[in-house]
Design a protein around this ligand. Sequence first.
Ligand SMILES: Cc1ncc(COP(=O)(O)O)c(C=O)c1O
Length: 399
Amino acid sequence: MTLLDVMGTEDTHYARYYARKPVAIVRGRGALLYDDHGREYVDCTGAYGACIVGHAHPKVAQAISDQAKKLIACHGSTYNDARALFVSKLSTMLPSGLNRVFLGNSGAEAVECAIKIVRKSTGRRKIVAIKGAFHGKTHGALSATWDAKYRKNFEPLLPDFAHIPFDNSEAAKETITNGTAAVFVEPIQGEGGIRVPSKEWIGLLSDLIHDAGGLLVADEIQTGFGRTGKMFACEHSAVKPDILCLGKGIASGLPIGITAAAEGIMSALAVGEHTTTFGGNPVVCAAGSATIDALLEEGLVDNAAKVGEYFSTGLLGLRERRRIIREVRGLGLMLAVEMRFDVHQTILDAMNQGVLLLDAGRNVLRFLPPLCLQTDQVERVLAVLTTILEKEELAKLPS
Ligand SMILES: Cc1ncc(COP(=O)(O)O)c(C=O)c1O
């Protein structure tokens, strides 16, 4: 298919629910992607953070192929070797005490499961989430998500959700009470613009909800599995969540959501109360095991910390030279550049120069590359941004 064929065919048949870039990506390797004309791109999107060990990782591809030849479908109502191996590998990586997992098919599903667990296990209904939060777009998860543009046409959502201001201690103290079932928090807000709260505030949320007899739910769907330079972003603030929601890259791009908790909390839901046909699918689990092996063997969490530092230093240098940049923020390979203007055109210009970028709101460029990104690839990205932002600044902020 030519570029027009791919795009035209999708545009004819596929629901127009995504804001799309005019590019057809057909293959990838590591942190690089290629379009149907063979053009190469440095991938700073990582498939929205769902690619952590690199595109088409040979070990993961082999594991998927081997498993597909053996068994593709296996419902959770029978046991399966690929699933057993994956959950045992997961158990060695999860924060201590979170020794039970439920496997679903997306991040939103991981959050749905957490909502049901916290309500049933505490016998309370009230859930406190954070302004600016993103937890997914299914109805339950959407009730915890903040942005009105996702919510307003679907209200009423689930009752008894309150949103408190980000990084604000007073509001947290007023709102988290003995009636609160749980606080849901992203250790770093992703969709909300890569906003990093103070460690003290995350610690306070943990103390308040525990003193109130409720549960702390950390949504690490975007921050998890090494993205911020630690295996889980909660480690930066030494907070221990009661429930961890995970997803995105741990099966290298195959659909997955994970809800993890201690046995005593997880067992709040009885047999049959929460299941899903494809959860724990053997091919996804085989991909997950191979992804964990690659993540650990190739030292990608450390690479995210090291290359992330290099990247953010480069972006901060760019900010020194360009008034058009308001702020650089983030941790590891979860970074953002807040601009003074809309970034839509910047993203298209970067794409035309071989760099794929994400946004996070109208004026924020977001970087979620695979964790195998190398410093020479960072240099390529910085060179492209330097050229584009210089032109934009001349056009938009003439001195
Ligand atoms: C923090 C967070 N939670 C939940 C989700 C929802 O995940 P999914 O799109 O897999 O449903 C996302 C997706 O971007 C996310 O970043």
